[in-house]
Design a protein around this ligand. Structure first.
Ligand SMILES: Cc1ncc(COP(=O)(O)O)c(C=O)c1O
Length: 445
């Protein structure tokens, strides 16, 4: 097949998936379709697991990100992930258009792109588009459900201390304001046994329990929680489950309904690499009617998922940029991406764990973690470790000292190079030395 034929067939296959109002102008199609298709043909028949170690393939993907040549190495993709260049350019293009005549281009032109984006998100999520609301982040998605549920004084909600602060605070506020009871489990991660986790939730259930709130991938240390097993157990007791999928969507290869939860909220600016400030809410169809919207709507009891999108004026360019991020993600493939990112985590963590004085706080078994691992050194606090990594090695990570978790969180992405991770391991080796004279603390920094 020649290049232009190959490109056309890739686009054709893609547009079935992409199908957006603006997909004909997709920068991804213009810039990458031919090269990526040729590479896929070159490696046809090789499993995604094997492809995880194929540097030739991944160097092509790395070139799609400006972050791969950043002077500061970003190993906090769990916080926010950068977008590929095509996504950045699409946002800029939509932004320039919007600024020609904002209300015309936003509400009459770009607005037409929302339904196609919804459909593309639903395709990736494996659900009905009528169950997908597009919003600004996981906090907004999950707070919509937390505040939108009818609960009475004395009703109980079970979560954990290792859930995300914004959601814990929302539950605490409901407890303070309305007298619901918010119980929090305390896990000692890593845990390599699903039954222990499921049993902890089960044992906390009382006749008053109405909701279980569970985080799919624990942001602090990357533990993958047995969400499906928790949902099945909860449903046996007539309890609904809210799933915080901020770190799982766009990273793990799964379909939202297969988790068997009732509600799922996620950011799209983490592993999907969509524009910063985009999120998604999934509500099981038959539950939409009973959730009150967070931002008021003319018909709050409506069964139309769009009632959760009364956000007022928001960024249409960011929203439309989601489509280009989906093109990029689908161009790699969900499973291949998951395997690569897990490989990257294991690549550095398996080396680091052998350095005297280094501890890894995350299970390295594939079923219990993917991108994130926590690391600590015997000879310094997580804050000192993070400061040393940044100031001396230009490596950006996230320090954590919270409850029973004290480590630095490291989270690579598809654009991370092996050389970057070698640099991280080299830095940990130096910093783990007990008498490193260059430690910032000794220099009084
Ligand atoms: C588990 C978890 N949930 C929710 C959020 C909130 O995401 P956002 O900032 O997109 O609202 C985060 C952010 O890091 C998170 O780690």
């Amino acid at each position: 097949m020649n290049r232009s034929n190959s490109r056309r067939s890739f686009i054709k296959r893609g547009t079935a998936l992409m199908g957006g109002a603006f997909s004909a102008y997709s920068l991804f199609n213009q810039l990458y379709a031919a090269d990526w298709e040729a590479k896929n043909l070159q490696y046809a028949g090789i499993s995604d697991l094997e492809m995880a170690e194929n540097e030739d393939y991944w160097s092509m993907i790395q070139q799609g990100y400006t972050a791969s040549s950043s002077p500061v190495m970003n190993l906090n993709n769990g916080g926010v992930s950068p977008s590929p260049l095509v996504v950045q350019q699409a946002v800029e293009r939509y932004n320039q258009l919007s600024n020609q005549a904002p209300s015309y281009y936003m509400w009459r032109i770009l607005d037409q792109g929302r339904e196609p984006v919804r459909e593309k998100l639903a395709l990736l999520a494996g659900c009905d588009p009528e169950e997908v609301a597009i919003n600004r982040n996981a906090t907004e998605a999950l707070n919509t459900v937390i505040y939108g549920l009818d609960l009475q004084k004395g009703d109980e909600v079970i979560g954990s201390k290792q859930d995300y602060p914004n959601m814990m605070q929302a539950w605490h506020q409901r407890a303070q304001r309305e007298g619901i009871v918010y119980k929090q489990l305390l896990f000692d991660f890593p845990i390599e046994d699903d039954d222990t986790i499921v049993a902890a939730y089960r044992e906390a259930i009382s006749p008053k329990t109405k909701i279980i709130h569970v985080t799919h991938v624990i942001n602090w240390v990357g533990q993958i929680m047995p969400v499906k097993k928790i949902c099945r157990m909860a449903h046996e007791h007539g309890i609904e489950v809210i799933v915080d999928g901020a770190h799982s969507f766009g990273l793990l290869d799964f379909k939202i309904p297969d988790l068997e939860g009732d509600y799922f909220g996620t950011s799209l600016h983490k592993y999907l690499s969509a524009p910063i400030g985009t999120g998604m809410l999934w509500v099981k169809k038959e539950k939409i009617g009973k959730i009150w919207p967070l931002l008021c709507n003319g018909d709050p009891k409506s069964t139309d998922i769009r009632k959760f999108e009364t956000l007022g004026t928001r960024s249409f360019p960011l929203e439309q940029g989601i489509g280009e991020a989906l093109n990029f993600h689908n161009g790699i493939g969900a499973k291949r991406k998951e395997e690569r990112i897990r490989f990257l985590k294991n690549y550095w963590a398996e080396k680091a764990v052998k350095i005297p004085g280094v501890r890894i706080h995350t299970s390295l078994k594939p079923e219990y973690s993917c991108a994130i691992a926590g690391v600590s050194l015997e000879n310094m606090t997580p804050q000192r470790l993070e400061q040393n990594l940044l100031a001396r090695f230009k490596i950006h990570t996230s320090p954590i000292s919270y409850e029973n978790i004290h480590c630095v969180r490291v989270s690579p992405h598809v654009y991370t190079r092996l050389a970057d991770l070698d640099k991280l391991v080299g830095a940990l080796t130096i910093l783990a030395e007990k008498h490193d004279p260059r430690d910032l603390e000794k220099q009084g920094v």
